[in-house]
Design a protein around this ligand. Structure first.
Ligand code: FAD
Length: 485
């Protein structure tokens, strides 16, 4: 390959030292965490659950006389309004479940994919809710002497729970509008996130009108049980996994900052220690949401991946200074209390399906890859790490990666250089005359037989994913963690 010699760092040599099983800081400091596989059928099972729930809703609507209602314009509109309202509610609750941090769901999809699905389901649910409101109103107006405006006033004033539903709808409209890409890109992340929390209020306020006036909710015992179970599952999951468990774990493990050190002037590593950390089910490659209690602004959580394999006594993160939240890590003092949520993410050994593994990182995406390189079960030559950086100054963990690669007998390539300008590529400009797949095969000739883990900047990840799939790696063997949603 035509990468200049200094871009390839520490290729394996036959003289590299084998992991010594205890004394070396590299290669063996991690606690032996049992890493169960994430069965591929979980994904199918969740898909079946979601589609079944919608089928159930349609079946309940049919059994409640929904089809008969389609006979005339007025009752037809009302009936369509009922159906769309029910499906919208169902999707709204599925949306809540998707973001409730349910461990099985988290492990199966990973938070970035869940966020994308949540967004897709959210827009569908919102559109159906709009159809519901319009169709129900027109349907009632068509059969009422009060006319359109009289019906609207009647709904809001006289129907139980409807005023709350209007307030809930306003909250959901605000959340949806601010989630449209053009609007979201104009908002600071924390402002968008704060507004987004109003979705819970919106969902909560919509419940009473479904309970008190929703025909399909009340007429059949099956419908009542179904809806109560879904509402209870959504509320219970959020309370348990988003509130209760994080509080319990933070209290139990009493994390404090132990050490803060600069990797360079734009990247900081923070090491935390705590109680009984060997009992925290966290794996190399995963991330947690962190709150450092160091003053104003501490209530806002930031996700950072572990940059070292957990050893049962400490947890370590490494963050690039992007904005206020990440830059303040450099000013943390030892002893600062830390609250956390997690662990989350599916970029861990449990997602692995093959013996041979290719880890591909760019920029700060090296953090989970460094931890994986350290922790993965591997024979000499099983694991290859390709680390893409813009310049030598941007490299971090230089010595650690070399030492890890040597002790674990892994192959390490650092590919340096500014990004290719003419096309989207995982390669730097000076290597862009090579095809993306060709270059990949030069580094890892049997890449098609690998599981591939990818983490880095968004465009680079897309190009890398494309290159590995074009090189013959089936999508189910490609594992991705995005640092931006
Ligand atoms: C799963 C995951 C793992 C990550 N791991 C690392 C890591 O190991 N090292 C590292 O340097 N960075 C990591 N990040 C990115 C890191 O969370 C953001 O860079 C950081 O939160 C930015 O906050 P800020 O206040 O410094 O910057 P801001 O200027 O407030 O935000 C910059 C950008 O970061 C993103 N961001 C900010 N806050 C959050 C949040 N709470 N959740 C999701 N995205 C956010 C937004 O896209 C925002 O536009 C990870 C992100 C995710 C989603």
């Amino acid at each position: 390959m035509n990468f200049s010699a200094d871009t390839v760092l520490a290729p394996p040599t036959s003289s590299t030292r084998k992991s010594s099983g205890g004394s070396s800081r590299m290669g063996s400091r991690h606690a032996s965490v049992r890493v169960p596989r994430v069965p591929g059928w979980w994904r199918d099972a969740f898909g079946v659950f979601v589609w079944s729930s919608m089928l159930m809703v349609v079946a309940l609507w049919v059994s409640g006389g929904g089809l008969q209602g389609l006979g005339s314009t007025g009752t037809g509109l009302t009936s369509v309004g009922r159906l769309t309202g029910l499906v919208a509610s169902d999707l709204l609750l599925i949306q809540v479940l998707l973001m409730a941090r349910i461990p099985l769901v988290e492990k199966t999809y990973g938070q970035d994919e869940l966020a994308r699905r949540h967004r897709l389901v959210g827009f569908w649910s919102f559109n159906l809710m709009v159809v519901h409101i319009v169709a129900i109103t027109l349907g009632y107006a068509a059969t009422s002497p009060k006319g359109l405006w009289g019906t609207i006033v009647d709904f809001v004033v006289n129907y139980p729970g409807m005023l709350l539903a209007v307030a809930g709808t306003a909250a959901l409209v605000m959340v949806t509008v601010t989630s449209i890409r053009a609007a979201r890109s104009r908002l600071r992340y924390e402002s968008w996130h704060l507004l987004h929390l109003y979705a819970y209020l919106g969902v909560g306020l919509a419940l009473p009108h479904q309970l008190w006036t929703g025909k399909d909710f009340l007429t059949s015992p099956v419908a009542t049980i179904y809806w109560w179970a879904l509402w209870a599952a959504a509320a219970g999951s959020v309370l348990f996994w988003r509130v209760g468990q994080p509080l319990w774990r933070s209290l139990r493990h009493q994390l404090v900052v132990q050490e803060v050190r600069a990797e360079n002037d734009r990247v900081t590593t923070v090491v935390m220690s705590g109680r009984d950390l060997h009992r925290l089910p966290v794996r190399a490659g995963q991330f947690l949401q962190w709150r450092f209690l160091d003053g104003p602004g501490a209530s806002r959580a930031h996700p950072y991946s572990l940059s070292a394999a957990p050893d049962g006594r400490t947890l370590r993160i490494t963050a690039a200074h992007l904005g206020d939240g990440s830059a303040r890590l450099a000013r943390l003092r030892p002893g600062t209390r830390v609250l956390f949520e997690g662990p989350y993410g599916r970029l861990h050994e449990g997602a692995r399906t093959r013996r041979k593994v290719l880890l591909m990182a760019s920029g700060i995406g090296i953090t989970p890859m460094r931890a994986l390189l350290e922790a993965m079960d591997q024979r000499p030559g099983d694991v290859t790490l390709v680390y893409r950086v813009r310049s030598d100054e941007d490299r971090i963990f230089v010595d650690e990666l070399s030492a890890l690669a040597a002790s674990r007998r892994a192959r390490l390539f650092v590919v340096t250089g500014h990004r290719a300008s003419a096309r989207q590529s995982w390669l730097p400009q000076h290597a862009a005359h090579l095809g993306d797949v060709e270059a990949l095969r030069q580094l890892v000739p049997d890449v098609a037989n690998h599981d591939v883990f990818i983490c880095g900047s968004p465009g680079w990840m897309d190009a890398t994913e494309q290159a590995v799939t074009d090189a013959g790696v089936p999508p189910e063997h490609v594992h991705i963690e995005r640092f931006t949603y």
